[in-house]
Ligand binder design. Structure first.
Ligand code: SF4
Ligand code: SF4
Length: 130
């Protein structure tokens, strides 16, 4: 379920608002959209796929909201992972359609484990690091 928008990364493009099939987000007058209807999130990851700023974090628990700390998520390297493993945008040709890699994340979520510990390579744009 959508957990947070990292404000310092978001450029307010509102693509996530447009692609979300469950109308979870609300455009703001200025700045990042708000997560207005979190409970309606279906954990489809579309917003993560379309966010080229890697500013969104969708937690793998699709039943209930997950409380997360923005700094901890930034440090975890999880942001943008789904987009990368799906081979979108700058990852095209480098990670071609590796969505199956997310299986470990979902399996661990079902088992009640912590996040996957698989190492995550640094993102291409140094401005986004950490
Ligand atoms: S798609 Fe990403 S950058 Fe664009 S508004 Fe949504 S969170 Fe912000
Ligand atoms: S995971 Fe899917 S349903 Fe949830 S906020 Fe993102 S696009 Fe909307």
């Amino acid at each position: 379920m959508i957990a947070l928008i990292v404000e310092q990364r978001c450029n307010a493009c509102n693509l996530c608002v447009e692609v979300c099939p469950a109308n979870v987000f609300e455009k703001a007058q200025v700045g990042p959209p708000t997560i207005a209807r979190q409970i309606d999130c279906t954990t489809c990851f579309m917003c993560e796929l379309y966010c080229r700023q890697d500013a969104l974090y969708v937690a793998p628990d699709c039943e209930s909201p997950t409380q997360v700390d923005a700094e901890a998520v930034l440090a975890s390297g999880q942001l943008g992972r789904y987009r990368r493993d799906s081979g979108w945008d700058e990852w095209r040709g480098l990670y071609p359609n590796e969505q199956y890699l997310m299986e470990r994340v979902f399996r661990r979520a079902r088992a009640g484990d912590a996040a996957d510990e698989r190492p995550f390579p640094p993102v291409a744009d140094p401005a986004r690091a950490g």
